[in-house]
Design a protein around this ligand. Structure first.
Ligand code: ADP
Length: 625
């Protein structure tokens, strides 16, 4: 937009003079305002934004000097340049008076056109430059204000974000801490339930109904444990805290164990189960075994759950460094429109009867785990019937023999001895503030020949180690008075105890807590609820001990012996088909019948003992051999 023409006020009591000035000024681009006396001049000066005033000096009532003085005294008009128009100054005193009252210049009458116009141009130019400068300053000021506003807004947003982040972090922390505590609180009683159920299961004198009852307790307890773990996992995923803990493990055994579990589950539903390794697998790999198993189990469980007839196929292929695992089923499948959503938490499809069997968390957790392992998971889309999930994860092939591989099968252990042949019993100190937990450990270990001393907190444990020698200490971590980590450090700080085997016992589901116990000097850790086999494996790993097995046990050397004794093919077939259907009760009855008839007694006894211990995989191996 073009700026308006500058305004010039001409003040003279003589209309002829006003007219003459107006004529002269028409040659330049200005808007002329006329005033014929001082009063009008003052009010126009207040009304208009003037670039210049041409002010006659000799006027009646109020002369030019007075007008100028009044204009200077008002803030709104004080800066307007004034040129006096006067008859020739008689002396310097008049000039001084003129300049003193605020004139910037003067013109003598009669006015010369050229002089007037050139003076006008100078002042108008000055005025325009001043206006320009003012506009720029205004602009700068408003930009500046805007900037200041923006900066302060940005700062406020940043501050709000920081605060929100802090709140979120502390909420996350609080959630994790809450879950860790809750998990501990839930696991502690669960430990007593599962522990006593295991002790009861070892009792020979239980009736069938009692056995079934104990199994139900175990199954329900284990389900509860899975639920706790699932919810914890999801919370960790959400808090971005999910960590991997890789170890070296035997891959073949990993798949055999999984297949054994799912062969039974599929058989129970009348489904076929096929496991296939498409090419040679590494003997041992380095990966997070627990998490890899968790993903496989989730996919396989879903396959079984959502399939009513047909088969579940589990395949594995190794394309260095990727392990490619596929779970295929002939079940209800997943509608096309759900394919993109199926990995989101709490998404479930299908009938309500299926929804009630799950939480909709498994796939979300699995995808997250696979992401963390650097792999990928996908749902195959071009499947005619059923579903097919494929995932691949990079694994590291390792040559060393894993610790677990060197261990004996400890599940049919009936006693413990020192490997050096001496007959002093192995003495363990069990430290736990919860009496039931101590009782569970005593109940599991004493029958095997361990001597158990109990301490109910860290202080007592330290005192015990000062007065007695123990082969190993099983140390609970969370205890009042003195916790397990402090007690561990105190015990190990005593030079007599520096070599002590201390095994941390933790109900924490967080791997970090377990690693902290190792950092504090513990030799190892076991988790509550206790799994007898894991507990024994851990003890064997750190103590020079040998297990005694039941005469029906499965020590490798004996296994070979046993499998040499033949059972007729027809019995083998019947038993194998019973295994496929997972009916343990029938297998036991069948074997007891064979035993009554004194049929291959040694082998049948072995099989019977394995069946009573739910060792279906071992039975199958013996029969298939
Ligand atoms: P959950 O099985 O506990 O409900 P998941 O996250 O493991 O939770 O699975 C989410 C949903 O994906 C299931 O509820 C089901 O609708 C669908 N789904 C997963 N696997 C299969 C499958 N093999 N066949 C059909 N539907 C499946």
């Amino acid at each position: 937009m073009k700026p308006p023409a500058p305004k010039v006020l001409i003040v003279d009591d003589q209309p002829a003079n006003l007219f003459a000035l107006q004529q002269m000024l028409s040659k330049i681009k200005v808007e002329v305002i006329q005033a014929s006396n001082g009063n009008d001049a003052l009010s126009y000066a207040l009304e208009h934004e003037l670039a210049l005033i041409l002010l006659d000096v000799q006027m009646p009532e109020m002369d030019g000097y007075e007008v100028a003085t009044l204009l200077r005294s008002n803030d709104d008009t004080s800066k307007i340049p004034i040129i006096f128009v006067t008859a020739a100054y008689k002396d310097d005193a008049h000039k001084i008076l003129g300049y003193g009252s605020g004139a910037v210049d003067y013109l003598e009458k009669p006015i010369d056109d050229n002089i007037l116009l050139s003076k006008m141009r100078v002042f108008i130019d000055l005025y325009q430059q001043k206006r320009e400068l003012e506009r720029t300053l205004d602009l700068m000021e408003s930009t500046n204000t805007q900037l200041v506003l923006e900066i302060s807004e940005r700062k406020a947003t940043e501050k709000a974000l920081k605060e929100a982040k802090l709140v979120a972090e502390s909420a996350n922390y609080a959630k994790s801490a809450f879950l860790a505590n809750m998990s501990h609180e839930l696991r502690t009683p669960l430990n007593a339930i599962l522990g006593y159920a295991q002790i009861l299961q070892q009792e020979g004198a239980l009736s069938d109904t009692q056995q079934q009852g104990v199994k139900t307790i175990l199954r329900s307890g284990e389900y509860l444990l899975t639920l706790i773990n699932d919810i914890l996992d999801l919370a960790k995923v959400e808090a971005g805290q999910l960590e991997l803990f890789p170890n070296s493990f035997n891959l073949e055994r990993f798949f055999i164990e999984l297949s054994d579990i799912f062969r039974i589950k599929t058989a129970k539903k009348g489904l076929e189960f096929r496991f296939e390794s498409k090419n040679a697998l590494p003997i041992e790999i380095h990966a997070d075994e627990k998490r890899l198993r968790q993903v496989c189990m989730n996919l396989l469980s879903n396959a079984v759950k959502f399939t009513e007839q047909g088969e579940v196929r589990f395949t594995v292929e190794y394309q260095k460094p990727q392990l490619i695992i596929q779970v295929f089923d002939t079940g209800i499948g997943i509608p096309q429109e759900m394919h993109s959503k199926i990995f989101q938490p709490f998404v479930q499809t299908g009938a309500n009867k299926y929804k009630q069997q799950g939480t909709g968390l498994g796939l979300a957790i699995s995808r997250n785990l696979i992401d963390r392992m650097g792999g990928q998971i996908a749902l195959e889309t071009d499947i005619v019937q059923g579903s097919c999930f494929t995932f691949q994860v990079p694994v590291q092939e390792t040559k060393t023999v894993s610790v677990s591989q060197t261990m004996d099968d400890v599940t049919s252990v009936i006693g413990v001895r020192r490997s050096d042949g001496t007959d002093t019993q192995i003495h363990l100190l069990v430290v736990d503030d919860v009496i039931e937990n101590r009782a569970v450990l005593r109940g599991l270990l004493e029958p095997l020949g361990f001597i158990i001393t109990e301490a109910s907190n860290g202080t007592e444990a330290v005192a015990c180690t000062n007065s007695q020698n123990f082969d190993a200490i099983l140390m609970d971590l969370v205890m009042p008075e003195m916790d397990g980590l402090t007690a561990t450090k105190k015990i190990l700080n005593n030079s007599d105890n520096s070599e002590r085997v201390i095994i941390a016992i933790t109900a924490s589901a967080f791997e970090e807590d377990r690693q902290t116990s190792i950092a504090a000097g513990c030799s190892d850790y076991v988790t509550k609820p206790f799994e007898l086999s894991k507990l024994l494996q851990t003890l064997q790993k750190h103590l020079p001990i040998t297990w005694d097995y039941a005469d029906t046990s499965c020590k490798e050397s004996e296994k070979t012996e046993i499998t040499k004794l033949e059972l007729e093919d027809n019995h083998k077939k019947i038993l194998l088909s019973m295994i496929e259907h997972g009916s343990m009760h029938e297998i036991i009855k069948y074997l007891e019948n064979l035993l009554d008839k004194n049929y291959s007694p040694t082998q049948v006894k072995t099989l019977l003992s394995l069946a009573k211990n739910f060792k279906l995989a071992n039975i199958r191996r013996i029969l298939e051999n």
